[in-house]
Design a protein around this ligand. Structure first.
Ligand SMILES: [Zn+2]
Length: 589
């Protein structure tokens, strides 16, 4: 049906995907790709030697590929209508998960005695009421909506505006203690409008200026400081009234049209303050518009941009004032995370948690492709949820049972921007200071068993050491993220835990098929999925799927979580990691 109520949700999801999922592929530093993936230098040097596991992998109960497949078939069936948040698809999905958890004998994950955590979501469609205008004395510069500037407000309110707000150029807008970097220094931007560059500061390597310095902002790899979401969050932390990112095609690596395409309804979680702690107005302007603004301010864009590469750079007040007004159309959706708890066996440790996440949602019903309107999301992420359910089942059997508690969290609205996990991470059911780790499964390997497994952000935390140990027991190898410049670590639900300081693990399919398949079979399958089935109605269970791969990777995350739950110490971020300071502060180290 062309007027299906989910169509709108879906269209937005696709647009959001352009900036959320797909676009981050292109948010690359402007450095040529190197042949080998760079790993954080600190990682290798500081790996903790883990004791031999008291329960070897071979003695742990085994995930059953047939059980995983059965769950995938149910969750990706047309009956569940693509599992969009807020509709009948959600009701059926949540019902199925609750039943499964109860049947496994798991306790309600919410201390209120239920298996759900309510997640209030808001959809905001913004429109321009008054254009963005810069004034300096008698000079005036008005930017054209959409052609020059794209903006929105995350405030849950009918209007948002700035009036004669002082404009400050803040370079890359980064405050990164681990690199001794602070673009703001003592410049107060509270209530002001900030203009910020996209991506990490690309610092040349003093030893070879043709390369990026591996000791600064991950070198070739992207750190979170480079992401556009960070720029908006940092603006909010500093109390800015408005923030505009300067869009440049090379460092952003996608055209302004992608940003313009993101002007539809935007989804977000609703914080207690109705998102008023965000800047009133967030947006992007073209580099051409930024040049005109800086010229009006008597500055030169290229000069300031060059200066922003220096540690000593200090934000520059432009002597210009900005005004703009937006109107918001607001609607709310009440969605749910589904949560179940396996209570730890040690009375002294059972208040501490290992959290597992997998997003249950997908894109719902939308634009037909080859006559099919249901976006079944069989691999993305019915398969991840299925693996989680099977991990949960094995957790109820493993001997001895885990000392700490395990929380299985099936989160909503990942496709709208990791919203269910975001909500959990800022409104946790159990304190994050007592949460040892998050382990996430999204779009697992459904094609074939493999000799390797890919670790996104390899070397980030001690969890990788646990993973390495378990993979070795399987006779398999860890493969680092082949494209660290694409920032995949910031693109699934574990990231919201990382951002709050909780060590988080995210693995993806390996590429080297094992068993009777040719070695390049898996790589071909993954490429084919990416090209044809990713976020398409054709993401369905295929006859040639082999869930032995998902079971094998699920066995790894099972072992990692089990061992962390029994360990003598909390896993930590590796030195130099961008989330370490937050964790240390939380644990008062
Ligand atoms: Zn997806």
């Amino acid at each position: 049906m062309p007027t299906h109520p989910q169509t709108r949700v879906f269209l937005v999801a696709v647009l959001a995907g352009a900036l959320g999922a797909a676009c981050s592929k292109s948010e690359a530093p402007n450095a040529p790709p190197a042949a080998a993936a760079a790993e954080p230098a600190a990682a290798a040097a500081t790996a903790v030697a883990l004791p031999a596991p008291s329960v070897p992998l071979s003695s742990m109960p085994k995930l059953d590929p047939a059980v995983i497949l059965q769950h995938v078939k149910v969750l990706s069936s047309d009956k569940l209508q693509g599992r969009a948040p807020g509709g009948v698809g959600e009701d059926l999905t949540v019902g199925y998960l609750e039943t499964q958890f109860k049947d496994l004998g798991l306790k309600p994950g919410n201390p209120d005695g239920s298996y759900v955590q309510r997640v209030p979501l808001v959809g905001i469609t913004g429109a321009q009421a008054k254009p963005l205008t810069f004034t300096k004395g008698s000079q005036k510069l008005t930017l054209n909506w959409k052609d020059d500037v794209v903006a929105w407000s995350k405030h849950v309110a009918d209007t948002a505006s700035i009036t004669r707000s002082d404009v400050i150029f803040v370079g890359y807008g980064v405050e990164a203690p681990e690199y001794g970097w602070d673009d703001f220094k003592d410049v107060d931007v509270k209530g002001k409008t900030i203009v910020v560059l996209i991506n990490d500061p690309p610092i040349p390597d003093p030893a070879d200026p043709s390369k990026l310095d591996p000791k600064m902002f991950g070198g070739k790899a992207m750190t979170y400081y480079g992401r556009w979401t960070y720029k908006f969050e940092e603006a909010a932390r500093k109390g800015a009234a408005a923030v505009f990112i300067v869009h440049e095609e090379i460092p952003a690596a996608y055209p302004f049209s992608v940003v313009q395409g993101n002007l539809g309804e935007k989804f977000d979680t609703i914080a207690a303050d109705k998102n008023m702690s965000r800047a009133s107005i967030e947006g992007w302007m073209t580099v051409d518009a930024a040049r005109r603004l800086l010229t009006m301010a008597g500055q030169d864009f290229d000069t300031l941009k060059r200066q922003a590469l220096d540690k000593g750079f200090k934000a520059v007040p432009l002597g210009v004032q900005a005004s703009m007004a937006l109107t918001n159309k607001v609607r709310t959706i009440n969605s749910r995370n589904v949560v179940a708890r396996l209570e730890g066996s040690d009375p002294a440790l059972k208040d501490e948690y290992v959290v597992y996440t997998a997003h249950w949602d997908h894109l719902g019903v939308g634009e037909p492709v080859n006559g099919d309107t249901i976006y079944n999301g069989a691999r993305d992420n019915a398969a991840g949820v299925a693996v989680m359910l099977e991990v949960a089942r094995q957790f109820t059997k493993v001997q001895p049972p885990p000392k700490r508690s395990i929380l299985f969290t099936m989160v909503t609205a990942e496709e709208q921007g990791l919203l269910g996990s975001q909500y959990y991470s800022v409104t946790p059911l159990y304190p994050l200071a007592k949460t040892l780790a998050d382990i996430n499964v999204d779009s697992p390997n459904v094609f074939a068993p493999s000799k390797d497994v890919t670790v996104i952000g390899k070397g980030a935390s001690d969890l990788d050491d646990y993973l390495q140990q378990a993979a070795q027991e399987q006779g398999r190898t860890l493969r680092p993220d082949p494209q660290p410049e694409k920032g995949y670590y910031y693109r699934s639900d574990h990231f919201n835990f990382a951002k709050q300081g909780v060590p988080a693990l995210y693995i993806e399919s390996g590429i080297e098929a094992a068993g009777d398949k040719p070695a390049d079979y898996l790589k071909k399958k993954l490429d084919d999925y990416e090209a044809h089935d990713y976020h398409a109605p054709s993401d369905v269970v295929k006859p040639d799927w082999d869930l032995a791969g998902a079971a094998q990777d699920g066995q790894l995350v099972f072992a990692v979580g089990y061992r962390v739950a029994n360990a003598d110490r909390f896993p930590e971020w590796k030195p130099g990691n961008e989330f370490k300071a937050k964790r240390d502060a939380m644990l008062k180290k």
